[in-house]
Design a binder for this molecule. Structure first.
Ligand code: RET
Length: 238
C-alpha cells in the first residue's frame, strides 16, 4: 500500500461546509470555463471576446479554487491571500465585460478604466481590513463599500446606463441583468466580510461563515454573470 500517496488526499469532515464548497467551486468553475471556451466558434466575431473573457474569469477562479481548497484542507484557515488575488484579477475583467458589451453604443475606454480603478480600490481596501489592519476592519470596509456603491451608481444611473439605453434591444436587457448581479449578487461579499471581521456588525452577522458566503457569491457572480454574456452572444449572433 502506498500510504504516502494516500495521505496527500485531505480528509474532510462531512460538516465542513467550507471544504465542501471549495471542492464544488473547483469543479463548477472548471466546467464553466470549458463550456465558455468550447462555445466560442458559434458566435459572430465581435461577440467572441466577451465570451472569451467570461471563460477567463471562471478559469482564473478555477485555478485559485484549487489552491484555496488545498489551503483550507491543510490549515483550516481562510485563504484570504488567494481569495483577493483571484478577485483583483477577475473583478476588473467583469468591468471590462461591461465596457465590451456597451462598445456597440460607443462606450469609451475611460468608462472601463474608471470602473477598473473603483473595483481595485474596493478590493485593496477590503484586503487591508480583512488581512492587514484587522483592528480597523469596519473603517476599511466602509471605504470599500463606498467604492462599491460608486460602481453600482455608474452602471445603474451613470454613463454606462445611458449607453445601455442608447444600445437598446438585447444589449440593454443584458446590461440590466448584469446590473442586478452587481447590486444583489455582489452584496453577498460585504455580508461575508462582516461575518469574518470584527465591528459594530459582529452581533448581526457573526454567526455566518465568511468563506461559505464568499464561495456561494463567487459561483453566482462568476458563472451566472458569464452565462448572461453567453446568452447575449447567442441572441446577437446570426
Ligand atoms: C468574482 C468575484 C467577485 C465578483 C468579487 C466581488 C467582491 C466584492 C464586491 C467585494 C466587496 C467588499 C465590500 C463592498 C466591502 C467589504 C470588503 C469587500 C472587499 C468584501
Amino acid at each position: 500500500m502506498n500510504y504516502l500517496l494516500l495521505s496527500t488526499v485531505p480528509k474532510l469532515d462531512p460538516t465542513d461546509y467550507v471544504g465542501f464548497t471549495f471542492f464544488v467551486g473547483c469543479m463548477a468553475m472548471m466546467a464553466a470555463s470549458a463550456f465558455f471556451f468550447l462555445s466560442l466558434n458559434q458566435f459572430d466575431k465581435k461577440w467572441r471576446t466577451s465570451v472569451l473573457v467570461s471563460g477567463l474569469i471562471t478559469f482564473i477562479a478555477a485555478v485559485h479554487y484549487f489552491y484555496m481548497r488545498d489551503y483550507w484542507a491543510a490549515h483550516s484557515e481562510s485563504p484570504t491571500f488567494f481569495r483577493y488575488v483571484d478577485w483583483v484579477l477577475t473583478v476588473p475583467l467583469m468591468c471590462v465585460e461591461f465596457y465590451l458589451i456597451l462598445k456597440v453604443a460607443g462606450a469609451k475606454k475611460s468608462l472601463m478604466w474608471k470602473m477598473i480603478v473603483l473595483s481595485v480600490v474596493m478590493l485593496v481596501t477590503g484586503y487591508l481590513g480583512e488581512a492587514v489592519y484587522t483592528d480597523s476592519a469596519q473603517i476599511w470596509g466602509l471605504i470599500s463599500g463606498i467604492a462599491y456603491f460608486a460602481i453600482v451608481y455608474e452602471i445603474w444611473l451613470g454613463d454606462a446606463s445611458k449607453l445601455a439605453k442608447a444600445a437598446g434591444g438585447a444589449v440593454e436587457s443584458s446590461h440590466k441583468i448584469l446590473c442586478w448581479f452587481v447590486l444583489v449578487g455582489w452584496a453577498i461579499y460585504p455580508i461575508g466580510y462582516m461575518a469574518g471581521t470584527e465591528g459594530w456588525y459582529s452581533g448581526i452577522f457573526g454567526g455566518m461563515d465568511m468563506d461559505v458566503l464568499y464561495n456561494i457569491a463567487d459561483a453566482i457572480n462568476k458563472i451566472g454573470f458569464g452565462l448572461v454574456i453567453y446568452n447575449l452572444a447567442v441572441k446577437s449572433s446570426s
